[in-house]
Design a protein around this ligand. Sequence first.
Ligand code: RFL
Length: 389
Amino acid sequence: EQTTVVVIGAGPTGLTLANLLQRSDIPCVLLERRSRDFVENRHRAGIVDARVRQLYEDWGLADVLGGPPDDGLLEFRVDGVAHLVDHARLSGGRYGWLCPQQVLVRNLITTFTDGGGDLRFDVPDVAIHDLTADRARVTCTGPAGEPTTIEARYVAGCDGARGPSRVSVPPGTMATYTFDHEVSWLTIMATTPPPPHPLLSVSDQGYAAHFYRGPQASRYYLQCGPQDGPPEWPAERLWPELRVRLGDAQLPDGPITEIRRVDMRSEVCEPMSHGRMFLAGDSAHVMTPMGGKGMNLAVLEAETLALAIRAAVRDGDEAGLRGYSTTCLERAWRYQEFSRWMLEMLHDSGDSSRVGPFRRRLARTRLAALFTDSTAARVFGEMMAGVGN
Ligand code: RFL
């Protein structure tokens, strides 16, 4: 088989790239290890920022966004006191969309396959070869068990943090920068009324948050101890603690559909390309969920890569591909910095036994500036909306 681009991984990154290539009339094959059902029901992110909403609109893909528009208000609740920050207004009227990741994924799959896209699920054993030859080769097993080889001009590694792309790069070619933020959360999905605005709460008991994931679906985050896991947090302990931390004695409980621990860690790989392969999204970097930028960054990279491939294929101009890694890394580090900035602000301002009184005061000062200093608030608003290029 021959194609122009093999895209590996049908998460938000690979699916966005495949749709943009399709709209650019560039042949591609998208290979996914999991089943369609699994991919369409994987709950993760929930906010498409203004920059990414604009991207989908620019490509005639506004319909892939489901859920309500984000009104741009974010509530910081500090020791039970509400502070509403209007980040849409602060960023000049740019607003995003409260679109759960699985809704975006479902819609991107339908749009791509309705347009005749070649998307293969349940492909278990993708392997990548000849990245520095004239044509790259991707091998895998087809649906009837037949060995399949696809030759391609480019390979897009969009297979998340544990996929085969990154490890196909020869040792010593790529540097990996990792950071452990030394914070863990329980993340909980529940069938409960969502809050009117995304809610981030700080108190002596530690960080907690509550987000929209559907008309009757919520995601909660609860900072927890490094050894804690779901067994330490049965419903009888969880709901009272959320009520205390969110400063809302009336917070209704409901069926918990998922609960697990997430350790806050970050990772960036440099460079984001090797020969004919380009990494995009979580395959190149992992962000903490703080700041809600992982999926948004991933989608921006899909566009940067689509434009670069288009220029190379249509016009023979490879400058975009040569600059791909540098362009993406600048943005990735900016988003990492924002996420770390926010994580420090919201965790250090809470439980004072964790970082001591001096850092706690620094963090509370950073937080207060968002409510009192219009310049600080504007920078925050711009980052919430998403940065350009
Ligand atoms: P994904 O979504 O992991 O998709 C990768 C795809 O590759 C497939 N794959 C393979 N396919 C073929 N062959 C193989 N050998 C393969 N190995 C893997 C996988 O099955 C999968 O389908 O990566 P992608 O597309 O780069 O998208 C990245 C986002 O998923 C991620 O950044 C976000 O979910 C991060 N994130 C959030 N981002 C936000 O922008 N806003 C948020 O509010 C937000 N909340 C979150 C999050 C991540 C979370 N987790 C996972 C810790 C909340 C949570 C709890």
